[in-house]
Ligand binder design. Structure first.
Ligand SMILES: [Zn+2]
Length: 169
């Protein structure tokens, strides 16, 4: 396991930061919430160190957007993201081995009673990022971008089309 924590992205300090993004025609607000968790994985069809079982201290950065603020002056209460998304990550990904369903280790680790989370695809930073993004969108959050920091120096980003209230996610 990597001992040191990933650094905060330069644009996100302190941990919960609201940024007003200006464009020529519209203004939108974005807020981001960081969620730290530990996970194990290994990659199939890969010739580097990540083909072996190992772990990361990961950090997900969830960014949501709105063109207007609610009556509290917020895009959304940070605690709402924590309550829903952090809870799901804690219960499903934290301190688990994230493996591709086709990985031959799946059955072995299941037989040993190890906690697993299985993905259809290789459990790369990109696919874990997309997984967290899609879960967050499925719960109705106006999410526009998710980052998954796998190490202090490497992260993946997944973006969706701009959220439109009332449209299916
Ligand atoms: Zn890895």
């Amino acid at each position: 396991m990597i001992k040191e924590q990933p650094p905060r992205p330069a644009t996100l300090s302190p941990a919960e930061t609201a940024v007003e993004v200006q464009s020529s025609s519209t203004s939108v607000f974005r807020v981001s919430r960081e969620i730290d968790f530990c996970y194990g994985h290994r990659l199939l069809n890969y010739d580097g160190k990540c083909r072996h079982l190992h772990g990361h201290n990961g950090r997900a950065v969830i960014t949501i957007e709105s063109s207007s603020l609610d009556n509290r002056g917020m895009v959304m209460d940070f605690s709402d993201i924590k309550r829903v998304v952090s809870s799901w990550i804690d219960e499903n990904l934290d301190h688990r081995m994230l493996l591709c369903k086709r990985d031959p280790y799946v059955q072995i680790l299941k037989d040993l009673g190890e906690p697993l989370f299985l993905l259809d695809e290789n459990p790369t930073a990109e696919n874990i990022c997309k997984l967290i993004h899609e879960f967050t969108a499925s719960r109705g959050f106006p999410i526009v971008e998710t980052q998954l920091w796998e190490t202090p120096h490497c992260f993946a980003t997944y973006r969706a089309a701009r959220y439109v209230p009332g449209e299916a996610n």
